[in-house]
Design a protein around this ligand. Structure first.
Ligand SMILES: *[C@@H]1O[C@H](CO)[C@@H](O)[C@H](O)[C@H]1NC(C)=O
Length: 1000
């Protein structure tokens, strides 16, 4: 078994306050003298600030007072004061070191030790201070090292008071308490792990934009662009970002221009304390191409129009100069496409040089290297870097993912010494190849953790920015991303569930056990949606005939829906809207889409089998299609239409990468309900075939007519333990049937039934009653289905049945071949062998089926790799009874997460597979790609991001039936293995691979 590391779990889910990953310093009961009252006996402690503090601190302090009122119903008095006027009382005092003269006076007066926070970016401390000022006996003091340090100190308390960062954005109710206390020892936090932690509102049409137009404008947007994203919208967003302890924003840019849509946007960001940037394709703080289209002179082509483009950028720089900004350098072609083909590194180098000159000019007298700047190595720009282009040392290198959550590059050893450092641009939402994904949450937190923890390991911690699309469907993921960047030491592979559980407690006031259920629901929701994004699903994604795959997928979704529904129904009405938005809608809406597509697949297949139940599935599709719209409508009508339009995103009927202009129902077929199929009343369809009997069918045998009767086979270690044969109606005439066999060891359940238009199908399971009653090897039987219908001749169809009893060698422990494969979840090892302190370690809830296993720590072994056969290994004991056509050959398919060669070209991802003492075979499984490109296996509808897996196939020769050991050897870190399948000749096509084999 995999040994999970025991990490300290920091999440204190105290009965007193529920907050996520924070030190706890809030209580709701009057307790000992170690607590300082915020509100007690109906009275609120007054709050004092200094008028020379940051306006953003003043504003957040007002939120803080409102939050106290939200919890207690009592609003504290809040006012400015000075050290000389404040002469009595026991107040709460808030302020920023070096900015608030009040705080500085307290520090001087009391020698309050602020060494832990002083000079630390965004740090804060809060505690009881005795005699802070003459006449003032004690005060609870919240001190920030800088503007946002103070703001985060306030919001940290608010969250513990019970005000969710999402109180407005997801209608999370605040639990009322009449008494509110903070502990004298208070709460504090040092500098966050990541300096700039941000989100990118992107591709915000149709949902967010249409919603914002209705809620924040009177129908007319910006005079320049028509954009609805004005300061009323942004005030809500800035507050959310700060409550989530983020500090950075790339604003909506699809049809908007932040700086001009509303002249208050940019100053308001600064007032709040949010650092503004612009996306990878919009240099120098201008919304490009929108602003260039409006104000630019000439073409957006630096080779012919540099002077005018410079003027355009100077304008953006001058506009941003008064405010806190993180500038994006470089240039892409208008509309987020590569610069023209003739352009080259030299040109881009020139562009960056010219941009630096613009800084020198506009920030006259300021050292250019102190102006925060980044260079986004997105798509082809990464290629320019790989080809040798460099920017000045102080510029942050912003590495990007592949738009699908797989980071393309992390800083190598030599790159980690750059003073500017590095960051990561990540995606929860995307418009582009192979298909958009922008409808609903599809990102596993475990995957975010897995990728972003490499960023922590490799010091890409200057900037993290995540594309959140319309923001709304990705609330939890956004919070996790920002929380992990805020304090990476809190979170590890084993406590992500506790993040979600604490989140559920905070949002829905749930008991710990119900919160754990929510964590499971959220984990499964994102796991199922991450297997293949809904936009990429088709009616035949999951096998309709093999491994009962489609049936299991439907059953999984239905179980999830039921779990969510029963929780939803149990909630008080004030919690339901939040639960609906954050959990229930995505679960039920995703289940609906999956069920609809599978029902369409079954419908299409059954039509070809002349089964009258075809029509039931057609009806199901029609009904699920309207349910899809009903769920959208339910969201839109929630809370008197507060979220109208927010689920406008189309998601059904994609024909190419771009979204369809309307949802379209998957194609369905119908049979004439009153006409009988040519061969008679009964249709027989055994498991594992697309064909039906009697009569002709193209899938029966090669020529499609005069084919033999069907047959099924079952071996003693099939994980299913039985086979089924469907008995279906071929028309409107009711009939009864019996199923009998000529073998006493064969059991048929049920062995008879009645079929009619209202009950047109019966599944009959065939199993072996007692394997010891059949001899070793193959035993055959014949199952006879006989149908009796009024005024029709009796109909008979036979199905051959072969039972194969395989004997496991005595004493063997491990996985046993069944159905011609050995399928193993990677975490289910027989042995897990560490080398040099590096161990394959499980990432729970990761990937498509169970979990992922990856070498840990990633920079262990001094960051060096291993040669095949020398490193840490996973060992799996298995027994096989067959090889492919008796040849002695088997193939091993290792299901590996679709990571990229992010450790640099000289360290491509690799691992090795070995069986027994056959030579280990090394796989460099991510093909190399031209600089700035992705490998071809990445793309397309059958590429590894669409499939969310890389299948690495390794053939082995010269294997006898018997007990063996399969080993997976570490070569490089950051390889995540999910599952291993050994084909001994029986593998069938499916999406997720065969289910796990029997283990003895
Ligand atoms: C404190 O002073 C600042 C600066 O003059 C002002 O903006 C703010 O509204 C004042 N706060 C209160 C609570 O009066």
């Amino acid at each position: 078994m995999i040994i999970r590391r025991t990490f300290a779990v920091y999440v204190a889910v105290a009965a007193s306050a529920v907050a996520i990953g924070q030190d706890s310093c809030v209580a709701f009961q009057s307790s000992s003298s170690s607590a300082f009252p915020v509100v007690t006996r109906g009275k609120a402690t007054p709050i004092f600030l200094s008028k020379d503090d940051w306006p953003g601190v003043q504003r957040a302090a007002n939120d803080f007072a409102l939050d106290i009122q939200r919890v207690t119903g009592v609003k504290p008095a809040i006012s400015n004061t000075t050290a000389s006027t404040l002469k009595s009382g026991t107040p709460i005092i808030i302020g920023t070191l070096g900015k608030s003269s009040l705080i500085d006076a307290i520090v001087n007066n009391t020698k309050l030790d602020v060494t832990g926070v002083q000079g630390q970016w965004e740090a804060f401390t809060a505690k009881l201070v005795n005699n802070p000022l003459p006449g003032v006996s004690r005060a609870y003091v919240i001190v920030g090292a800088d503007k946002r340090g103070t703001i985060f100190g306030l919001y940290d308390h608010s969250e513990q008071f019970g005000v969710s960062p999402w109180y407005w954005w997801a209608d999370v109710p605040t639990t009322r308490h009449s008494e509110l206390f903070v502990s004298n020892s208070g709460c504090s936090h040092g500098s966050p792990t990541v300096k700039y932690r941000g989100i990118f509102i992107n591709d915000e049409q149709p949902a967010l934009q249409s919603w914002a137009a209705e809620k924040f404008t009177n129908g007319t947007g910006s005079p320049w662009t028509g954009s609805p994203f004005n300061n009323l919208f942004y005030a809500k967003l800035f507050e959310l970002i700060l409550r989530l302890k983020g500090n950075y924003l790339w604003p909506a840019m699809w049809g908007s221009a932040f700086g001009i849509d509303d002249p208050f946007n940019q100053p308001l960001a600064d007032l709040f304390g949010v650092v503004m940037g612009t996306s990878h394709q919009e240099p120098m703080m201008r919304s490009t191409p929108n602003e260039f289209n409006l104000f630019g002179v000439g073409k957006y082509d630096y080779t012919t129009n540099a002077e005018n483009i410079q003027k355009y950028w100077i304008n953006g720089t001058e506009r941003a100069k008064p405010y806190e900004s993180l500038y994006t350098l470089g240039m892409r072609g208008a509309g987020d496409i590569p610069l023209s083909e003739e352009t080259n590194i030299q040109l881009l180098q020139q562009i960056v040089d010219d941009q630096r000159k613009i800084f020198a000019e506009v920030y006259n007298g300021t050292d250019v290297t102190t102006i925060p700047q980044l260079w986004a190595l997105y798509k082809e720009v990464e290629g320019y870097y790989d080809d040798g282009m460099r920017v000045p040392e102080d510029v942050i290198l912003l590495w990007a993912d592949d738009n699908w959550g797989n980071v393309r590059r992390f800083p190598t050893d030599s790159e980690r010494t750059r003073s500017g450092g590095a960051g990561v641009y990540y995606h929860f939402d995307y418009v582009g190849d192979p298909r958009n994904y922008k409808w609903i949450t599809t990102t596993q937190l475990s995957k975010v953790y897995e990728q972003m923890s490499i960023a922590v390991d490799r010091n890409a911690t200057k900037v993290w920015i995540v594309n959140v699309g319309d923001l709304k469907p990705y609330e939890r993921e956004t919070e996790f991303f920002l929380s992990y960047g805020w304090n990476a030491t809190r979170w590890n592979a084993n406590n992500i569930d506790s993040f979600v559980a604490s989140w559920a407690q905070r949002e829905f006031s749930l008991s710990p056990s119900k919160a754990a259920t929510v964590a499971q629901i959220a984990g499964n929701l994102t796991r199922f949606n991450a297997r293949r994004k809904p936009e990429l699903l088709t009616p035949t994604t999951y096998s309709l005939t093999d491994y009962r795959e489609a049936d299991n997928i439907q059953a999984e979704w239905n179980r999830l829906s039921q779990a969510s529904t029963s929780l939803y129904n149990s909630l008080p009405s004030n919690v339901k809207p939040a639960f609906f938005q954050l959990i229930h809608h995505p679960v039920v809406a995703s289940a609906t889409v999956n069920n609809m597509l599978i029902a369409a697949g079954i419908n299409n297949l059954r039509a070809s089998q002349a089964r009258i139940s075809t029509n039931n599935f057609a009806d199901q599709v029609v009904s699920l299609f309207s349910q899809d719209f009903d769920l959208e409508t339910q969201y839109h009508t929630l809370l008197d239409g507060k979220w109208n339009h927010i689920m406008d995103q189309t998601h059904l009927g994609y024909g190419y990468w771009q979204q369809p202009m309307a949802n379209t129902m998957p194609a369905i077929n119908r049979l004439p309900p009153k006409k009988q199929a040519l061969p008679g009343v009964m249709r027989i369809v055994p498991e594992g075939t697309k064909a039906a009997w009697p009569g002709d069918n193209v899938n029966q045998c090669a020529q499609g007519y005069n084919c033999p009767p069907p047959s099924v086979a079952l071996d003693s270690h099939s994980p299913f333990g039985n086979r089924f044969i469907d008995v279906g109606a071929g028309g409107p005439v009711p009939f009864t049937f019996t199923a009998t066999s000529n073998a006493s060891w064969l059991q048929l359940t049920p062995s008879s039934g009645s079929i009619s238009p209202s009950s047109p199908e019966q599944r009959v399971f065939a199993s072996v009653k007692d394997w010891s009653a059949v001899g070793a090897g193959n035993s055959s039987a014949v199952i006879t289905f006989k149908a009796v219908a009024k005024n029709q001749p009796t109909m008979t169809v036979t199905v051959g049945f072969t039972a194969t009893r395989n004997n496991v060698p005595s004493g063997f422990k491990g996985f046993v071949e069944g159905d011609g494969v050995v399928s193993i979840e990677a975490a289910h090892t027989s042995r897990n062998i560490s080398v040099s302190g590096v161990t394959w370690t499980e990432i729970p809830n990761y990937g498509r089926t169970l979990s992922g296993v990856t070498p840990w720590p990633r920079l262990g072994n001094n960051g060096a790799n291993f040669t095949a056969g020398s490193g840490p290994s996973l060992e799996y004991d298995f027994v096989n009874f067959n090889t492919i056509q008796g040849s002695g050959n088997v193939t091993v398919t290792t299901f590996v997460s679709p990571s990229l060669n992010a450790n640099g070209a000289d360290r491509p991802l690799a691992f090795a597979v070995q069986i027994d003492s056959l030579p280990p075979q090394t796989s460099y499984f991510i093909p190399s790609a031209a600089p700035g490109q992705l490998p071809s296996a990445w793309s397309g509808l059958d590429g590894f991001v669409a499939n969310s897996i890389v299948s690495v196939v390794t053939p082995f020769q010269g294997l006898q039936p018997g007990a063996h050991t399969l080993k997976i050897w570490m070569i490089e870190p950051a390889v995540v293995i999910q599952k291993v399948v050994i084909n001994t000749g029986g593998i069938r096509a499916s999406y997720l691979g065969p289910p796990e084999s029997v283990r003895v």
